[in-house]
Design a protein around this ligand. Structure first.
Ligand code: F6R
Length: 243
């Protein structure tokens, strides 16, 4: 695990965008695993700027998002599908046929998850997986548990995640209680991983991810076992880590 120190959110975002754009330049038809949330927005904005300047071309890139709320349609402004279009896809030259997000509108959880799992596996898994970390150490929506999850599955969100995500909804009652998420094993199949973290509320999780025991109680700690994982975190998020 390589830890790259960033000054603040803006610096973290530029560094992350540099790593992503380098991958796209080196391998124009690469497969990117993408995340939603606050952490990647700055990196997406930077990638859009570089696309507009002609520095990076997404024409052949394929993407697979980590997760989606169960019960939200693609058109729902709170869905991760909508988020990705608003924050990245609608502003770059990616082929809409090449973007994939679990189908939250499919009420049949088993079918929705199996279909997505098959898609990711048939594509050959991700070349670069971008991740954010939850305050409780979750990755995707893989919450602390007794065992690491494997493929795409339906999860009950924890109270801490519902509360953390409620900032994006009118109130906590509107936050869906379930989500479809890539499993930890699927995430670990990515050939490289880029974890980004910003802010003091991530400090404990970042410490446990990088320096704690590898345990499903801190799902992100499994990244210590990945052979090509980079963590880009800002000063506040690294505050609990040794120098
Ligand atoms: C989002 C995702 C989540 C977030 C995590 C951090 O697709 O999979 O694991 O990365 O909850 O969220 P933010 O970045 O909003 O702090």
């Amino acid at each position: 695990m390589k830890i790259i120190h960033a000054k603040d959110y803006a610096d973290m975002s530029r560094k992350a965008a540099n790593i992503i754009s380098a991958r796209v330049i080196l391998q124009p038809d690469c497969i990117l695993g993408l995340a939603t949330g606050t952490s990647p927005i700055g990196a997406y904005q930077q990638l859009i700027k570089w696309y507009e300047k002609g520095d990076v071309d997404f024409a052949q890139v394929r993407t697979y998002n980590l997760d989606e709320y169960r019960g939200l349609s693609h058109e729902d402004p709170q869905s991760y599908h909508y988020f990705m279009h608003e924050n990245l896809f609608d502003h770059i030259n990616i082929d809409p046929a090449n973007v994939h997000v679990p189908d939250g509108s499919n009420p049949d959880a088993a079918e929705a998850c199996a279909t997505y799992d098959k898609l990711v596996a048939e594509a050959g898994f991700c070349d670069l997986q971008l991740l954010g970390i939850g305050r409780n150490g979750h990755i995707g929506f893989n919450e602390p548990d007794d065992a690491f999850s494997k493929g795409t599955h339906c999860v009950d969100l924890t109270e801490s995640t519902i509360e953390a995500n409620s900032r994006l909804f009118d109130n906590a009652d509107d936050v869906p209680r379930q989500a479809y998420t890539m499993g930890v094993q699927t995430i670990m199949h990515a050939r490289s991983i880029l974890m980004i973290a910003s802010g003091a509320d991530k400090a404990q999780a970042v410490h446990d991810m990088c320096f704690g025991p590898v345990t499903p109680r801190v799902p992100a700690s499994i990244l210590q076992l990945h052979t090509n994982c980079v963590v880009v975190a800002d000063e506040a998020a690294l505050a609990d880590c040794p120098e």
